[in-house]
Design a protein around this ligand. Structure first.
Ligand SMILES: [Zn+2]
Length: 290
């Protein structure tokens, strides 16, 4: 009795580590570098089209079903063609778990490559696709790359979050939203000095679960940012009642000085930070699937 109890405890402790270990921060950083190599990638530009082709190729190579969710977006700069990219896999229980992040970069008159802001979220999602491809899930799994997170001009409720607003509406109509047990959005999570904020709009039960996982996996020190309300790609889903959460580090460089500047380059990122977020997200998905 005593012995089997010990074994059960050991198995319980090892199981989450095993899933987190499938996720490689080094590989996520490689994917991020590949995305950044396309240069500035604002919505509606040829560079973003090349980025889309690259993402679709990677996802198909890993055996995922890929849906290209293209739509025209009315922006202050006119109508832009935008495209969310959705990797999906069917489960058996009718429920769904979702990881999302944006892959566009904000348009600026200077050369902004968005290594952390737009690059790291895409890189983490691509590595998540690789790490999860052979993992059994009872729920459907969706990995969503959002276009048009960034404002075309200045952030307003209509000039921002184009891709997530579009998909939240679409999934509301086709019933997908109602099946989601957890949606985790990642943004700016590659910072080598990582402090993920406790984002205040996020679903409280999901936040509790993910922070508990982070502590259990020894990552409490990186999930120690302040409480902050941040409008991000999770918000359109929250508004429709989806249990959604945002993982973001909103202190990038001294006094946030690297955010939306030419300083947002890959040398500011680390594989360790991507690894920490990737393994915590992967383990949270596993628990949502239980
Ligand atoms: Zn941004």
């Amino acid at each position: 009795m005593h012995r089997s109890k010990t074994l059960t405890l050991a198995a319980a402790l090892l199981a989450p580590l095993a899933l987190g270990a499938d996720f490689s921060g080094a590989q996520a950083l490689e994917y991020t570098k590949a995305l950044v190599a396309f240069g500035p990638r604002p919505a509606g530009t040829p560079a973003l089209q090349k980025t889309q082709d690259y993402i679709v190729r990677q996802l198909k190579a890993q055996g995922w079903t890929v849906t290209e969710d293209a739509f025209p977006a009315r922006t202050p700069a006119g109508v832009l063609q935008m495209k969310n990219i959705i990797a999906s896999r069917k489960g058996t229980n009718g429920k769904a778990v979702v990881v999302t992040g944006h892959y566009d970069t904000k348009r600026f008159p200077f050369k902004f490559v968005g290594a952390n802001d737009g690059g790291a979220s895409g890189g983490l999602l691509l590595e998540m696709a690789r790490a999860l491809k052979d993992r059994p899930f009872k729920s459907d799994v969706y990995l969503v790359f959002f276009d048009g997170e960034e404002a075309v001009r200045d952030w307003t409720s209509t000039d921002s979050l184009y891709g997530s607003r579009h998909l939240a509406e679409k999934w509301q109509k086709d019933g997908t939203n109602a099946r989601i047990t957890g949606l985790i959005n990642v943004d700016m999570i590659g910072d080598r000095d990582l402090h993920v904020v406790s984002e205040m709009y996020s679903s409280e039960p999901l936040r509790r679960l993910l922070w508990q996982v982070a502590a259990q996996l020894g990552e409490a020190k990186r999930f120690d940012g302040q409480e902050l309300p941040i409008e991000d790609d999770h918000v359109p889903f929250l508004r429709l009642g989806v249990r959604a959460l945002d993982l973001i580090d909103f202190e990038y460089g001294p006094r946030h000085a690297w955010w939306h500047t030419t300083e947002d380059t890959v040398d500011k990122l680390s594989a360790d930070s991507l690894q920490a977020v990737g393994k915590v997200v992967a383990e949270t998905l596993r628990r949502l699937d239980q």
